[in-house]
Design a protein around this ligand. Structure first.
Ligand code: EZ4
Ligand code: CO
Length: 398
């Protein structure tokens, strides 16, 4: 079997998605997701100019060999653009292999370790009443676990909380940040949520890398009475050593890794058991092959999976995640923000979301298709993530 064509499809049915479609001489095709929010065109160029020419004529069954050739052969290792491009190839080749086998991908990964995949959804509000409405909406959709984000008193616009304004796609929106105000207000928000929704509801929170280790330690301690499932991205973790300090001070479970792209980003965090959940996505970590190796490394340290599942990972990346979730033993939870109705039409899929649980379906391969005509009718639109500024104008961390 030989790869005879590979195309990059860029589409925006609500958000921008980068998809690689690999074709073989036997007519079997595979899809992979290479979406990198805000830097989409860099991955398109990397794939089209530097990866596709190397794939043509090669055997699609040699997934590990192709992965190693793209990773080591580039000389320039790691990085989000490189790893998103390699991820798309890896996933497309797994899709092809599973289709040839006539099996859903999870069967090639060891078969089902559970009946269905537990998810969490997003609730947010500028204030407590708006937040409660949002939590009720997620509960009505069946979500068994909910990530809670709120506005911060005194701040106009906070990331992850809808403000009703339509962003100007061509430039990043400026949002406000004040760490003191955030640290003072958040425990009260969780207190109110526990009083309203009781002790049983599984609650999570994402700090989006905005704290120093000592601030994160304080927040973790202050949130202990509210029994969080986890505190996510409490501090920027390029400095893995900083997590030692956080860990010494709090028993709130910690989750990190949505911006990581190789296992090396986790060496200290996993090796010293400084976190409880690894958050990397198939799409940003080089594909199913390396992510499965990360989960095996994490399992040795009683750490579980929690694959990143925002709106800006395409249904192709979502499908790949759900197959892994079903197959691995140390599954924790899957983030599932869902997609627009039009996105589901552009990417018809076998996976299902029922009563808060996902299942990959039984179609051979990933169980996902791409309607290229509909995709072409919704072309790329420049869009950037916001930036945070403090009240004196200083750029702040994510
Ligand atoms: O901010 O995917 O846990 N989920 C998140 C996401 C990320 C976006 C960035 O592109 O933090 O909402
Ligand atoms: Co996050």
């Amino acid at each position: 079997m030989k790869i005879v064509d590979a195309r990059v499809v860029l589409t925006s049915p609500g958000r921008n998605f980068v998809t690689l479609k690999v074709e073989t001489d036997e007519g079997v095709t595979g899809l992979g997701d290479a979406t990198l929010n805000g830097r989409e065109l860099a991955v398109v160029g990397y794939l089209r100019d530097h990866v596709v020419p190397l794939l043509l004529g090669t055997d699609p069954h040699r997934i590990e060999d192709t992965w190693q050739a793209l990773y080591r052969g580039a000389y320039w290792r790691r990085g989000p653009v490189t790893m998103a491009a390699i991820a798309a190839v890896d996933v497309a080749l797994w899709d092809i292999k599973a289709k040839v086998a006539g099996l859903p991908l999870y069967q090639l990964l060891g078969g089902a370790s559970r009946e269905r995949v537990r998810t969490y959804g997003h609730a947010s509000g500028r204030d407590i009443p708006e937040l409660f409405d949002s939590i009720r909406a997620r509960l009505a959709e069946g979500y068994p676990a909910i990530r809670v984000q709120t506005g911060v008193p005194g701040l106009e616009r906070v990331y992850g909380v809808h403000h009703g304004a339509t962003p100007d796609g061509a430039r990043p929106v400026v949002e406000d940040w004040d760490t003191g105000a955030y640290l003072r207000s958040l425990p009260g928000v969780f207190d109110a949520v526990r009083q309203e929704f009781g002790p049983e509801l599984t609650l999570l929170h994402d700090a989006h890398h905005r704290l120093t280790p000592i601030q994160a330690a304080r927040l973790g301690k202050d949130l202990e009475p509210y029994d969080l499932f986890w505190l996510e991205d409490c501090t920027p973790a390029e400095n893995q050593d900083g997590l030692r300090l956080v860990r010494r001070h709090t028993t709130t479970p910690l989750a990190i890794g949505e911006v990581f792209n190789t296992v090396f980003d986790y060496q200290t965090l996993v090796g010293e058991q400084l976190i409880d959940y690894v958050r990397s996505a198939v799409t940003h970590f080089g594909g199913v092959s390396p992510l499965r190796k990360l989960f095996d490394f994490a399992a040795q340290h009683q750490i579980k999976s929690a694959i990143h599942g925002p709106e800006d990972i395409s249904p192709v990346g979502t499908a790949a995640a759900i197959h892994l979730d079903l197959a691995i033993h140390n599954f924790g939870i899957q983030e599932y923000a869902g997609h627009t109705a039009l996105t589901h039409e552009v990417f018809p899929h076998a996976y299902t979301f029922t009563d808060g649980y996902l299942h990959p379906g039984e179609a051979p391969g990933l169980g996902i298709e791409l309607d290229e005509e509909l995709a072409a009718a919704h072309p790329y639109e420049p869009a950037y993530l916001p930036i945070n500024r403090l009240q004196d104008g200083t750029i702040h961390d994510w």
